[in-house]
Each structure stands twice: as C-alpha cells, then as structure tokens.
Write a protein that binds this ligand. Sequence first.
Ligand code: CTP
Ligand code: MG
Length: 220
Amino acid sequence: MSVWAVLAAAGSGERLGEGRPKAFAPLGGLPLLAESLERLERSEWIEGIVIAAPPGWEEPTILLAEEIGAGKVSVCVPGGSSRSRSVSLALDEVPAGASVVLVHDAARPLLPDEVIERVLAPLSAGWDGAVPVLAVTDTIKRVRGDAVVETLPRAELVVAQTPQAFVAAVLRGALAGGAEASDCASLVEAAGGRVRAVPGDPRLLKVTTRADLELVSSWR
Ligand code: CTP
Ligand code: MG
C-alpha cells in the first residue's frame, strides 16, 4: 500500500479572524500548519505529502516545510475557492503510483498516528474509504428559519473528522465532476463508494474560533 497525504490548508480562516490564513495562525511559536505537517512527516505510513496552500502563501509554506524538515512534501499547490477544489488540485499532484490517499485538514493540528492507522486498516479489507467519527452527544434538530421541523435520531448520528483515507482511484473519480461537499467522504458516498466509520479522537478538534485555538494549544 503506497499512501500519500493531501493536506488541505488553503482556507482563509474568516471565523478565526487572525487577519491571515488559519494555517498561519500561531500555535506554540510556529504556524498552525506545522503541527499536522510534522505529524504526517513522522508517520511511517505516509510516503509523500502534497499541500494545498492559501493562494499567495505557497512560498512561506515551502519555507516552513524546509524549516521543520518535512522532506516528504513533494509539491505545494495554491488551493481553490472551496475545500473540495483545493483537495482536487492537490490530488492532481499525487503520483499515479499512490494506491491510497489520506486527506487531512490543517485546521486539525493534533493528529494522532493511531488514527492514521485506524483509517488505513479498512482499505486492506476491501473498503473504498474510511472516516474517523465521534458520537453526537447533543440532540440534533433540523430548523427552517426559527421553526423546528424535525428531531433526528441521535443514536444513528456521528460527527466526521479527518484524516479520511480512500482508495486513490475512488477519490479521483468522486472529485472528477467538480462536486462540492464539506468533506471528501460524502463525495465518495455519493459516488456509490463504501465508507467505513472508525473511532475518531477528541484531540482532532477542528480549529474554527479563537476558543478552539486556545483549547488545542492547551492540549499540545
Ligand atoms: N480549506 C481549503 N481550501 C478552501 C477552504 C478550506 O483547503 N478553499 C481547508 C482549510 O484550510 C481547513 C479545512 O479545509 O484546513 C476546513 O475548512 P475550514 O475549517 O472551514 O477553514 P477555513 O475555510 O479556513 O475557515 P473559515 O470557514 O472560517 O474561513
Ligand atoms: Mg471554511
């Protein structure tokens, strides 16, 4: 199994409001992006890495990779206008020889190697993809305007995280038509792929707001 990682880091970080892309928000003295990049670099499962950088930030991204000794980074591409587009542009730079692609959000800096192992395992057992999930603890309702129209059955609901792993050809096919979604697994599901849910990790919290950044910083 030849595993390549795509690191989605091209977002603008509007909700964090740092005045610079979220990937370059400071975390423990380095840009946020450095944390997940270091962990992918150290992981024995990962052969190469392609980064989707915030447009205009390709050079600082390459310099950062050099600074932390992330020699597995082969290319850094400017990202697109949506997450799906950024992943697609990075995927175009993943060599044809890669059989599996692991897609990870730079916004989830604390990436445990056990989770990488957990999402890769189902791919050897015939699954098209795997996604780390956490149980939902709140009750989830659908609302239209101010009106509650439905309460969803909580026992069936989970929260999806990254890293998500896919058979490379399946992911390429799912992204080919320019489809958009907030994660890659939903595109693979929509294309008829079989995606396995595996246990996620609360440390994989996605940094969205200032409070998330402080939490993640305290967990490092
Ligand atoms: N992402 C990306 N390209 C985009 C948008 C998002 O690569 N055009 C990445 C982000 O860098 C992040 C992940 O997708 O690692 C999840 O996106 P999100 O948390 O929404 O980050 P931002 O879009 O940067 O934040 P915001 O929505 O607050 O602007
Ligand atoms: Mg966003």
